[in-house]
Design a binder for this molecule. Structure first.
Ligand SMILES: [Fe+2]
Length: 263
């Protein structure tokens, strides 16, 4: 059962779910409009989020921003379109969304993508879990409604959300959402390992071994350092990753520096 957690006067998030790899979903409440940060893994994920906002008497988001193209952050876009909620994404993410929008969710197509390396077993396994094995229920990837290049500041009324394309170790298209008034940044997966770029062993039947394999994946020192330097420019006190609880700036910086020191 998900929970909606308030982090500051204007910032909330719905917590992650390790069972199907659903990420945290952020919510920034402006006086004029509210923003959802990240689009969710599925229509059911989006529905849980909207349900909790309703239960807390919070206005539904008028816009959603996407952190990167990966399925667990982007496949909720189909449900958002049905609800008339436009999605904003950086151009680099949109290029990939255009490419993967032709992906079919059939057994044959999914197996083929694993063989060609277009997709990875980690995502294939969790997407099946999220959709309870019903491949016909998986929506197509789709492109965004509003695009920006490197950075875009959204004035939500009394609070701003700055979307910044930072790239980073996880995926070249990663965007973070910085809320300067609350000294907070939604990192999504931007600090994670490059799961698609580097071969690694994921075992659906051995979570501990898979976690260790992910942890041992090497970082690209240039990408990691550039990413840390970019985030150091931002004045924030707390941050939230896509698949971890909220942490302080110092805890997060320490983690990045330790990773850099290992290289
Ligand atoms: Fe990701």
């Amino acid at each position: 059962m998900h929970q909606l957690i308030q982090l500051s006067e204007r910032i909330w998030y719905m917590d992650l779910d390790y069972a199907t790899d659903r990420p945290n979903l952020g919510y920034i409440q402006g006086d004029e409009l509210s923003l959802m940060f990240d689009c969710g893994a599925s229509p059911a994920h989006v529905s849980d989020f909207m349900g909790l906002l309703n239960a807390h008497g919070l206005p539904l988001p008028k816009m959603a921003a996407l952190s990167h193209w990966h399925w667990d952050h982007a496949l909720g876009m189909a449900a958002l379109k049905k609800q008339g909620i436009p999605v904003i994404a950086c151009r680099q993410t949109n290029v990939v969304l255009g490419q993967v929008s032709s992906w079919e969710w059939t057994e044959t197509a999914m197996q083929r993508r694993l063989q060609t390396g277009e997709d990875i077993l980690f995502c294939d396994d969790f997407i099946r879990k999220e959709y309870k094995g019903d491949l016909s229920a998986i929506p197509q990837f789709r492109t965004a409604d509003i695009l920006f290049e490197e950075t875009k500041t959204l004035d939500l009324g009394g609070v701003t959300a700055q979307l910044i394309h930072v790239g980073g170790p996880h995926s070249e298209d990663s965007v973070v959402c910085y809320v300067s008034e609350e000294k907070f940044v939604f990192l999504a997966d931007s600090a994670g390992k490059d799961l698609y770029g580097i071969p690694w062993d994921y075992d659906p039947n051995d979570q501990a071994a898979s976690d260790l394999a992910m942890e041992r994946m090497p970082d690209d020192p240039v990408r990691l350092r550039k990413y840390r330097k970019a985030l150091e420019q931002l004045d924030f006190k707390r941050c939230l990753k896509g698949h971890a609880p909220c942490s302080s700036r110092s805890e997060w910086m320490e983690e990045l520096k330790e990773r850099e020191a290992r290289l």
